[in-house]
Design a protein around this ligand. Structure first.
Ligand code: AHM
Ligand code: MG
Length: 341
């Protein structure tokens, strides 16, 4: 800011988002969306508001993790036999606590818990929802200050026993999103009418909308996958990588799905997690990683596949089911599919 004696102090909106017409918070975006549905009870808006609150708390924890000595392993394993980081446990508790108090939540399911947790069964008074999440995606990166994220998926609760009620295909998601705790904290959300992006302004504690109707570039010569596993990929994926390298592609891979997919959403390209010798059915989880990312990418005009099937059409058999993933720019996904034969 200028120190000139007569310079007028800059207003908040001039400093931060001078080029935008409206200063819109996530909260006001949610209210505006809800007003398009006259019968809306507000339950859904309350759930999104709980996710917003949770991710602000998690963002603050991530920022101060080293100072508060919450880096490293918690000394335990989750249901999938993976080492839990202290921050995995903290992020999970924050989400459970925030969502647990919201009336519209029937069930929550997390990467960190074996079974869905019943918050309340449908009572006949208004709609109820199932909220699924990966509380801290890429948490093995946390000690290195690399980006980590939270991924969430929201389904309608249509009654029945929790284990079965939650096993709905991704096409039935009513909303999906993620938060990337990176150089800034970014929330990307779809409620099935396009994709919006928000950035957390920590000085006012609010997510501000920075993009609406976001579209993924249709093509970009970038692929994102763990090439260390290349020798155990099926031949089709290896042929695709040969082709991409002969055609001037670059590679970008951080090992945090949220960060890698966010990059592709903004810049274009394709994200792959093929079947490997170690993970023949893929590593990523269908219900709270691949499905929400698939919905976002499709809503932004891209494609999301599990081998040759649309991810959102895969009928889940178990909550923690794994899947292979190919998602991103339409033309780039097509190049991969073509090589799979
Ligand atoms: P996590 O949810 O336990 O962190 O695991 C999922 C992560 C993804 O973020 C990332 O795409 C992938 O695992 C990386 O796996 P790999 O190290 O095998 O490349
Ligand atoms: Mg994950």
């Amino acid at each position: 800011m200028s120190n000139a004696p007569n310079a007028a102090p800059l207003e908040y909106h001039e400093l931060s988002i001078a080029s935008r017409d409206n200063l819109l918070t996530l909260q006001s975006h949610i209210l505006a969306e809800a007003s398009k549905h006259p019968g809306s009870t507000g339950a859904f808006s309350w759930i999104l508001s709980a996710i917003s609150l949770s991710t602000k708390v998690i963002a603050a924890k991530v920022r101060r993790a080293r100072l508060q000595d919450v880096l490293g392993s918690a000394g335990s394993e989750n249901v999938q036999g993976e080492t839990q980081q202290k921050l995995d446990v903290i992020a999970n508790e924050v989400l459970l606590r925030c969502l647990g108090g919201r009336g519209g939540v029937a069930l929550v399911a997390s990467e960190e818990n074996e079974q869905p947790i019943i918050i309340q069964r449908a009572s006949g008074h208004g709609e109820r929802y199932c909220v699924l999440f990966d509380p801290l995606d890429g948490s093995s990166n946390i000690d290195t200050c690399a980006g980590v994220g939270t991924i969430f998926s929201i389904l309608r609760y249509e009654g029945g026993e929790p284990e079965q009620a939650i096993l709905q295909c991704g096409a039935k998601q009513v909303a999906a999103g993620y938060v990337l705790y990176g150089s800034s904290t970014v929330l990307v959300l779809t409620t099935g009418h396009g994709v919006s992006m928000f950035v957390l302004d920590p000085t006012i504690g609010a997510f501000l909308r920075v993009a609406d109707a976001l579209q993924i570039p249709q093509t970009q010569k970038i692929y994102s996958c763990n090439e260390g596993n290349r020798l155990t990929f099926e031949p089709g994926y290896q042929k695709y990588l040969d082709w991409a390298q002969q055609n001037g592609y670059s590679t970008r891979y951080s090992g945090t799905m949220v960060a890698d997919v966010h990059r592709i959403l903004i810049k274009g390209g394709v994200f792959l997690y093929p079947p490997t010798k170690k993970a023949p059915d893929g590593k990523l989880r269908l219900m709270y990683e691949a499905n929400p990312m698939g919905m976002i990418i499709e809503q932004a005009g891209g494609k999301a596949f599990a081998r040759k099937q649309r991810i959102l059409d895969v009928q889940p058999k178990t909550l923690h089911q794994r899947t292979t993933v190919i998602l991103g720019s339409t033309e780039e996904v097509d190049h991969v599919l073509k090589h799979l034969g």
